[in-house]
Ligand binder design. Structure first.
Ligand code: ADP
Ligand code: MG
Length: 327
């Protein structure tokens, strides 16, 4: 029988003096999930991750893994491993020695260490570079070395703090595909911190949106994207308009906005910006109440019926495309 290795946060709290960085958050990560903690800078993502890893003490609440309370165990005894934002590779050690480092700390003999390190390097396609120093690697290669180093302890949960932020945009997209593939192959839980909504949407089975030390909304990625509960979540995930209408505050996806010339549309608007994006055109319009609304149109829809800056338009949407927001 496979053990249940779900990771659970129960009223988890982190205080730094008077600052409450994480305020009694609770969440259940099913084993084998790719989860993203998403939120703006300072909302408590790294503090949460570091508490799970054991690099930061828990002020209140608990962390369990497979039903075992790991809240106060040393990092190496938790079944978790952490990959840091800047990779934190030892500059004077070769790639192989970096990867083998934690086994050396555990007193594993040299031959076994080297063999296990080589296995991990094969997993991340770094075999040919095993004898190099970190300074002799590209950003993407350093990232793979750091991944191999984190995975050598065979963790049940891999914790990644902004793992792609040091990479250029092209490499970031490539490495995120590799992270996803690796997670699928290993079948372990990944908890990945990011402030990028594209990254979270691309990777996560489950998304945990944090704001001001709390979880604002969490769940299956598409369920959260399709039904943001608050204006914050709708705005932070992007591709949504938040519009105050007489019936209340609504979230309406940009791609659900229809642009018409009709003055009988739900919202009258004046075009303030038109951005050509290849396959799409993003049209921004000022609408009553000093609000702005964005419509994402296919290039075909736009150029079949082109509009100009300053033009008066109507904005409409199908009833099912809008949903009410709280707060
Ligand atoms: P995030 O990773 O989402 O940017 P952090 O968890 O790093 O957020 O920080 C959350 C809050 O806790 C911030 O207000 C930050 O300034 C504060 N904080 C983080 N680390 C410390 C620390 N070691 N000492 C004091 N305050 C901290
Ligand atoms: Mg952080």
């Amino acid at each position: 029988m496979t053990p249940n290795l779900d990771l659970e946060l129960v009223g988890l709290t982190k205080r730094y003096g008077a600052t409450v960085a994480v305020d009694a958050i609770s969440y259940h990560f099913s084993a084998g999930t790719y989860a993203c903690l998403l939120g703006p800078s300072g909302c408590g993502k790294s503090s949460t991750l570091r508490m799970i890893a054991g690099h930061e003490s828990v002020s209140d609440g608990a962390i369990t893994l497979g039903g075992r309370d790991i809240s106060h165990l040393p990092p190496a005894k938790r079944g978790t491993a952490m990959m840091f934002q800047n990779y934190a590779l030892f500059p004077h050690l070769s790639v192989r020695e970096n990867v083998a480092f934690s086994l050396k700390m555990q007193g594993v003999d040299a031959a076994t260490r080297a063999a296990r390190a080589d296995e991990m390097l094969e997993l991340v396609a770094m075999t040919a570079l095993a004898d190099r120093l970190p300074a002799q690697l590209s950003g993407g290669q350093q990232q793979r070395a750091a991944l191999a180093r984190a995975l050598i302890t065979k963790p049940d949960v891999l914790l990644l703090d902004e793992p792609l932020s040091a990479l250029d945009p092209f490499l970031r997209v490539r490495m995120r595909a590799e992270l996803k593939k690796l997670q699928r192959e290993l079948g372990i839980t990944f908890v990945h911190v990011t402030h990028g909504q594209d990254e979270a949407l691309a990777l996560a089975d489950e998304i945990v949106v944090m704001n001001n030390a709390i979880i604002e909304q969490a769940g299956q990625t598409r369920a959260v994207f399709d039904a943001p509960k608050t204006a914050f979540v709708a705005r932070f995930l992007g591709s949504h308009n938040v519009v105050s209408m007489p019936e209340g505050t609504l979230a309406i996806r940009s791609d659900a906005m229809k642009v018409t010339a009709s003055q009988s549309a739900r919202l009258p608007g004046t075009i303030t910006n038109i951005e050509y994006q290849g396959t799409h055109v993003t049209l921004t319009a000022a609408v009553p109440g000093e609000q702005e609304v964005t419509a994402l149109l296919s290039d075909r829809d736009f150029f079949d019926n082109p509009k100009d800056l300053g033009e008066a338009i109507g904005l409409d949407w199908e009833a099912g495309a809008a949903h009410a927001l709280a707060g």
